[in-house]
Design a protein around this ligand. Structure first.
Ligand code: NAD
Length: 489
């Protein structure tokens, strides 16, 4: 790595971005950001309170009208400059993400590519400002539809993909002509702070992007969601917090996009190419240390191939090099905090108590930081918590099934409906499974499926709305219908 960490940390703004200026919190409160690989404090940031959040919304609302009137081409060019600058600073963004979140550098570089792609994709979508024109069936009206920016947005992001979860919201909001207040996760705010500075360097006008990190999320979100000037909240995070925000959104009938938790099934049929399935499983499970909403949570494997799949998967998992992600040889980093480590430990202990067998891993590692050994469990009963809850860590439970109908039944037996994966060489099965599985995303013989050009969104308690794709822009616009008297009527 070519980046000096101390020089990089000096470049990252530590204050609140309000109206184009980095300012202190009005209460002078601060909070610390840790490196989860060492437990060391790497930065101290201004912590926004309710007054700061209000000031950020004031600054955003002041420029909403002017911003909405900028040309699509101007907004497209801004996003394109942002895309280019993120790539110029790719090594800095990668190092920052590894420092504050823990993922290995190679994966952080992957997130720079993925996260920047939302800037490029929405820069291209900005100018596709399509509406429709039609004649009323009765011939009385000429009807036109157009899309308008939904208005000031609150964008709340999680800690697991600090760049991509921010660009996936900020880029379409810019494309649509919306102003925004961004609230990053307190565990990983540095990447968002640096990204906001990067967008300032790219030329974003003052007030369009405001960033309020803080130690109390509700102190920021509650006053904003109660303010009738706010028109939308876009949230990525856990289902319980999503439900709280949906209830708060009801009072002002806010537009909402909710990207919530997952419990992805990874189904391996007896006709699958097992080596390909193991490769896919490594991506679907171990990307981001298992801390992804799309992470394979339950490996549902046909009983005739479960032993072979488990053995080959456990061999690959056991070969991972666990350590500080800044070391280029490391392939699996720490969990993000002590609470996550405690949760994984109790999930695995519960599964073992209920009869699961540990094929590899199964314990926390005796190191500084929050490390858990990458783990594969076989013979996991469906009653084990690990088969029901979102794991969010490097643990792969294997369950077995006898036939296709049972596989579908087990897979759907969850309140979540985000990602799913199916490995089979039978193309007829692909169609039956896409009919039968209740999930917003499906990977067929593919373990890594997120893409800026694709609509990403869950069903059931995994949320509502989509990010990315053409659909991602719709989330930031409202449709206006213009009715013109037909001259011949
Ligand atoms: P989280 O719900 O704890 O926090 C997410 C964000 O919400 C953070 O910024 C947090 O500060 C904020 N927040 C917390 N309580 C709040 C409140 N009462 N009011 C307003 N904001 C509040 O989730 P997390 O631990 O940061 O992220 C992990 C979760 O996110 C997992 O469940 C994961 O599946 C989900 N996730 C979903 C997607 C998706 O696209 N569906 C993507 C990434 C992560």
């Amino acid at each position: 790595m070519t980046v000096s960490i101390s020089e990089l940390l000096e470049k990252v703004p530590t204050k609140l971005l309000i109206g184009g200026k980095w300012v202190d919190s009005s209460s002078d409160e601060t909070f610390d950001v840790e490196n989860p690989a060492t437990g060391e404090v790497i930065a101290t940031l201004a912590s926004a309170n309710s007054d700061d959040a209000k000031a950020a919304l004031d600054a955003a609302c002041d420029v909403q009208d002017d911003w909405a009137q900028t040309s699509p081409r101007d907004r497209a060019e801004l996003l394109r400059r942002g895309f280019e600058l993120v790539h110029e600073r790719a090594e800095e963004f990668a190092a920052l993400m590894t420092l504050e979140m823990g993922k290995p550098l190679a994966e952080s570089r992957g997130e720079v590519t993925y996260g920047a792609e939302y800037l490029r994709w929405f820069s291209e979508e900005t100018v596709r400002d399509y509406g429709r024109s039609l004649t009323a069936p009765e011939g009385t009206l000429r009807m036109i539809t157009r899309r308008k920016p939904v208005g000031p947005c609150l964008l709340i992001t999680p800690w697991n993909f600090p760049l991509a979860m921010a660009t996936r919201k900020i880029a379409p909001a810019i494309a649509a002509g919306c102003v925004m207040v961004v609230k990053p996760a307190k565990l990983t705010p540095l990447t968002t702070q640096y990204f906001a500075q990067t967008m300032i360097d790219a030329g974003v006008p003052a007030g369009v992007i405001n960033v309020v990190a803080g130690s109390s999320a509700s102190a920021i979100s509650e006053p904003l969601m109660a303010d009738s000037r706010l028109r939308k909240v876009s949230f990525t995070g856990s289902t319980p917090v999503g439900k709280t925000l949906l209830k708060a959104a009801a009072d002002n009938v806010l537009r909402t996009s909710m990207e919530l938790g997952g419990n992805a099934p990874f189904i391996v049929f007896e006709d699958a190419d097992i080596d390909q399935a193991v490769e896919g499983a490594m991506g679907a499970k171990m990307r981001n240390i298992g801390e992804a909403c799309t992470a394979a949570n339950r490996f549902i494997v046909h009983e005739s191939v479960a032993e072979e799949f488990g053995r080959k998967f456990a061999e690959k998992i056991a070969a991972l090099n666990v350590g500080n992600g800044l070391d280029e040889t490391v392939t699996c980093g720490p969990l993000v905090e002590q609470k996550a480590l405690d949760n994984i430990t109790s999930l695995v202990d519960d599964a073992v108590d209920k009869g699961a067998t540990v094929l590899t891993g199964g314990k926390a590692l005796d190191k500084d930081g929050y490390f858990y050994a990458p783990t594969v469990l076989s013979d996991v009963p469906r009653s084990a918590r690990v088969a029901q809850e979102e794991i969010f860590g490097p643990v792969a439970p294997i369950l077995t099934f006898k036939d296709e109908a049972e596989a579908i039944r087990i897979a759907n037996d969850t309140e979540y409906g985000l990602a799913s994966y199916v490995f089979t060489e039978n193309s007829d099965r692909l169609w039956r499974l896409s009919d039968g599985l209740e999930f917003g995303l499906m990977g067929f013989n593919a373990g890594v499926i997120s893409n800026a050009a694709a609509p990403f969104g869950g069903v059931k308690q995994s949320g509502m709305g989509c990010e990315g794709g053409a659909e991602g822009l719709d989330e930031y616009t409202s449709v206006q219908y213009l009715a013109l008297r037909d001259p011949y009527a």
